[in-house]
Ligand binder design. Structure first.
Ligand code: BES
Ligand code: ZN
Ligand code: MN
Length: 502
């Protein structure tokens, strides 16, 4: 898809459909008044009768007249003062989804000055989020296997024309292209995360990593159980043992070995890659167990993110690490009560084989530090508790020291992604004590979310943030701004954090 940014009047945009955001307050804007005059006052009368009065994602399609666009799509975005990066991102996707089944090759979007520049969101930020939203709105992660879906898909555009009343077109074009590239990476995360577990084994995930590395000229390194045993990754190996699909420890590096970014850092992004989580011997109930194909989402996120970073900042040193395993019950499986030795030497009692994510992540974090990582972020569908606490719209997480957490959270906010920090309460550590080992991997429901962070903290010595995307990684129902299925959450956050080291 081509993206074009123009500084023009909305009626000058040549397009199949021109989308115009509609706010709750009546616009005082001369340009919007002229646009509506050309439409015979359609938008104004829709507002009057309450049909299109700014309610978020309400919409109406009107025939274009005296203008370059064939149709005008008015779409509610709420109050002008609330127009922020999240809304701008959703607006792009909601426009695409509103046009499902319509033949649109060339889409225009007009950003009126009442929403941006004067006091509100910066135009560049709005343009970046909008472009990313349109790209993400074009994807339907559920359409991978389903047949005959063409008619149900959002329009696959040839051209997106973003129209602003004024501004530095060169700078804004760069912002829009950045949004498009980040959106494409997010869609890659979603497509991969969405694939079924009989399709994506740890081996296949490693092949996908190789493809990403080859596409961007990056270095991939993958090893199996023998090398993992040599390295002493007892926790990683404990999870993969029960499956006939052998574990794969996957990593991709960009930049020269030993090099750091402009801030002297090597960022490691570590993603949980459980290609299916049955729970193992501590088997899960069958209800919703099919959702556990999504338990590889963290790995998909970090692998796609390093590809996106390579497109935006070629050669920037970054490390992506994706421990990939299938957690299955069987005669070779780890049993509750088994004791294993982690790569960092700590001895862990696996009293619940369903608390497997923290086991593979612990060894992966140790390995990443050994590769010279100075700063770490892990992304994982780690706990059911995080969804109960924060739902599908906020990602819970941990971080230490505080200024590293703040940096990750702020980068997320710049990309329209919400995070909430969970405290490390050391008093809960006592519950994790084991009779047989240094500590255990699971210990009762009280404070279990806090304990998941305390467990992982045992395996890091450097600035680290943990993003628990179990709630936010996928939607069970479609919304006006996203198809059900994988969301690609945190991909953009990782890219934004890494790019700060350009
Ligand atoms: N993969 C699950 C977490 C999960 C649950 C992700 C629901 C998405 C939706 C994880 O491995 C798990 O089983 N966690 C346990 C931990 C417990 C045994 C300490 C949980 O949350 O119940
Ligand atoms: Zn899991
Ligand atoms: Mn589990």
């Amino acid at each position: 898809m081509q993206i074009r940014l123009i500084s023009a009047r909305p009626w000058e945009v040549e397009a199949d459909v021109l989308a115009v955001p509609i706010t709750c307050e009546e616009p005082s804007d001369e340009i919007l008044a002229e646009l509506d005059r050309r439409l015979g006052g359609a938008l104004g009368s829709y507002r009057e009768v309450g049909e299109l009065a700014g309610k978020p994602w309400s919409s109406a399609l009107v025939r274009g007249a005296e203008m370059g666009a064939d149709w005008v799509l008015g779409m509610g975005v709420g109050k002008a003062e609330d127009f922020d990066r999240v809304i701008a991102l959703r607006l792009g996707a909601a426009i695409e989804r509103r046009l499902i089944g319509r033949s649109v090759r060339r889409l225009g979007v007009y950003l009126p000055s009442g929403l941006v520049s004067d006091g509100g969101l910066e135009v560049a930020a709005a343009v970046e989020m909008l472009a990313r939203g349109v790209i993400e709105g074009m994807a339907d992660p559920y359409a991978i296997y389903r047949q005959g879906v063409e008619a149900d898909l959002p329009p696959q555009l040839d051209e997106l024309v973003l129209c602003v009343p004024d501004g530095d077109v060169t700078a804004l074009t760069a912002a829009a292209e950045r949004g498009m590239i980040i959106g494409e990476g997010g869609n890659r995360t979603r497509r991969l995360a969405q694939r079924a577990s009989n399709d994506v084994s740890p081996e296949v995930l490693a092949d996908e990593a190789s493809a990403i590395a080859a596409e961007h000229g990056l270095t991939v390194e993958t090893f199996g159980p023998e090398k993992a045993a040599e390295l002493g990754m007892g926790m990683f190996l404990a999870v993969g043992r029960g499956s006939d699909n052998p574990p794969r420890f996957i990593s991709i590096r960009s930049g020269e070995p030993g090099s750091t970014d402009s801030r002297g850092r090597l960022l490691a992004m570590v993603g949980k890659g459980v290609t299916f989580d049955s729970g193992g011997i501590s088997i899960k109930p069958s209800e919703r167990m099919e959702e556990m194909k999504m338990d590889k989402t963290g790995a998909c996120t970090v692998l796609a993110a390093i590809g996106t970073i390579a497109r935006l900042a070629p050669g920037l040193p970054v490390l992506a690490v994706a421990p990939a395993v299938e957690n299955m019950p069987g005669s070779h499986s780890t049993r509750p009560g088994d004791v294993v030795r982690a790569m960092n030497g700590k001895v862990v009692e696996v009293n619940n084989t369903d608390a497997e994510g923290r086991l593979i992540l612990g060894d992966a974090l140790t390995w990443a530090e050994g590769q010279g990582a100075t700063h770490l972020i892990d992304v994982a569908t780690l706990t059911g508790a995080v969804e109960r606490a924060f739902g599908k719209l906020i990602t819970g997480g941990f971080g230490t020291p505080q200024d590293w957490w703040d940096e990750v959270r702020d980068a997320g906010a710049r990309q329209g992604e919400r995070y909430w920090q969970i405290p490390f309460v050391d008093e809960y550590r006592a519950d994790m004590e084991s009779w047989y080992a240094d500590f255990q991997n699971s210990s009762g429901a009280e404070g279990s979310l806090v304990k998941s962070g305390l467990f992982l903290r045992e395996f890091v010595t450097r600035p680290w943030a943990h993003l628990d995307i179990a709630g936010t990684a996928y939607l069970r129902k479609s919304t006006p701004w996203a198809a059900r299925g994988a969301t690609g959450v945190s991909h953009a956050t990782l890219v934004e954090v890494a790019l700060a080291g350009r």
